[in-house]
Write a protein that binds this ligand. Structure first.
Ligand code: FE2
Ligand code: FE2
Length: 453
């Protein structure tokens, strides 16, 4: 089989020739300088089973080159190669995201990753496999799982698919075939957040994940691994609640996460230390929930509340308060008055307005967690009465709600900033005056003390 590399830099040709000679001896690599030569080679030297394109080529747009290749020679695997920032700036647009054959490889040439990337494209190139893996389905037969779930395993007992169109899916991971963590990262770089499983396998997958995460939370892990497991726990719990509902396993998991946060809290000397190591990379609902709960825990300790009851209430509120937000990326808005709110369709806005009430109703299904309902319903209220849904002000909110709102507001502000001491101090300063009222006073002072010492 032949592969074609399009790149201005002839030193890079030599490097790739070496790599191919030692790792893909059956592939004949040919190199060309530009689009013109590439098209000529495709017509006269082909067929090529794989095209590699230097994403950093000057004077040529790698995406249009790829489109040109496809137009001239039909669909085939294309890999864009470049430094992270080059890939980010130059490989974008719908064509790439929707394509099932285009991939990216981030330099430097780490041999293991590079081999995986090439192998993946080669697999796709095998026509039969390719045709088998694209399936046309009734969308109602599939349910989504977050891509991030796959980090919990190294293989899963079901085929997982990526959505190409409303009715077309392509296989991303095959049943029982081990996959690497970098294969998950590659999908995530292509902005793929969800994988799809057949409906009957979906529940089984979440149940397996729940068992796995319960197991991790029961082990003695170093604090950072524990934080990661708590976040995975929140991730699974939130999907369960959203897609399936509440069952005994989910209640047990909520309990386990809450106890585990309580125990891990003690491993950190102070809050700045915890914040520094907290894995806040995705800033999604799972990460926010766990961080909110750590702040609630700090405030409870400051208030001298030692009862398990208030911790359980706050913990449950932290875990499920945003589960009914249909578009998770709306989390970044933080409030109903955010100027970007208008960008969303009316339905999404209505769902945003309703999500506190919807999640509150779910709290009742968690037996043994009394009264988290009102905390969840009030999580977007504000001290001056400008929040939603009920526009309650500080006089109408109980201390436990104020604890949650303070922690929640702080984490939302933090999620919109860089996590460093400068932004933390800025956020605290901005909150200080408006939160210095009624039942917010004490939680706010404790929050400041927990962070500033
Ligand atoms: Fe929230
Ligand atoms: Fe919310």
């Amino acid at each position: 089989m032949k592969a074609l590399f399009v790149c201005h830099d002839q030193e890079e040709w030599a490097l790739l020739h070496k790599i191919f000679a030692s790792h893909f001896s059956k592939i004949e690599l040919m190199c060309v300088l530009n689009t013109k030569d590439a098209l000529e080679f495709l017509s006269f030297e082909g067929p090529f089973g794989l095209i590699l394109i230097d994403a950093g080529m000057k004077d040529e747009d790698p995406m249009s080159l790829a489109e040109n290749v496809i137009e001239n020679s039909g669909d085939r695997p294309i890999i864009f190669i470049g430094e992270a920032h080059v890939l980010k700036n130059r490989i974008k647009g719908d064509t790439y995201l929707k394509s099932e054959t285009m991939d990216i490889f981030e330099k430097p040439y780490d041999i293991i990753r590079f081999k995986e990337c090439i192998q993946k494209s080669l697999n796709w190139a095998k026509k039969e496999e390719f045709e088998q893996s694209v399936i046309e389905v009734d969308r109602a037969d599939f349910l989504p799982i977050k891509l991030r779930n796959l980090y919990l395993f190294d293989k899963i007992p079901f085929d997982c698919f990526i959505e190409l169109t409303r009715t077309k899916f392509i296989k991303a991971f095959s049943k029982d075939v081990p996959y690497s963590q970098s294969a998950i990262q590659d999908l995530s770089k292509r902005n793929i957040k969800f994988l799809y499983l057949k409906k009957d396998e979906h529940l089984q997958f979440l149940e397996n994940s729940l068992k796995r995460v319960m197991n991790n939370l029961s082990r003695e892990l170093p604090p950072l691994k524990m934080l990661e497991s708590q976040i995975s726990g929140a991730l699974i719990l939130q999907q369960f609640v959203k897609e399936i509902g509440v069952n005994e396993g989910v209640i047990e998991l909520a309990d386990k996460i809450i106890t585990s946060v309580h125990e891990t809290y003690g491993s950190y000397q102070d809050f700045p230390q915890l914040l520094q190591s907290f894995p806040f990379a995705h800033r999604d609902s799972a990460e926010r929930s766990i961080l909110i709960f750590y702040f609630c825990e700090a405030i409870c300790r400051g208030l001298g509340w030692s009862s398990d009851l208030s911790k359980k209430k706050l913990g449950l509120a932290a875990l499920i308060h945003d589960t009914h937000l249909e578009q998770e990326e709306m989390l970044r808005l933080g409030s109903f008055d955010h100027p970007d709110m208008e960008m969303y369709p009316e339905e999404a806005q209505a769902n945003y307005r309703e999500h506190p009430r919807k999640a509150a109703a779910i709290a009742n299904f968690f037996s043994g967690f009394s009264d988290a309902e009102f905390i969840i319903e009030q999580h977007h209220e504000l001290p001056d009465g400008t929040g939603f849904p009920a526009k309650l002000n500080s006089n109408k909110l109980t201390t436990v709600s104020c604890v949650f709102i303070t922690a929640h507001y702080f984490v939302n502000q933090l999620a919109a900033s860089k996590v460093n001491m400068t932004s933390i101090i800025r956020i605290l300063n901005e909150m200080k005056a408006p939160f210095n009222v009624g039942n917010f006073k004490e939680p706010m002072l404790i929050l400041i003390k927990a962070i500033k010492g």
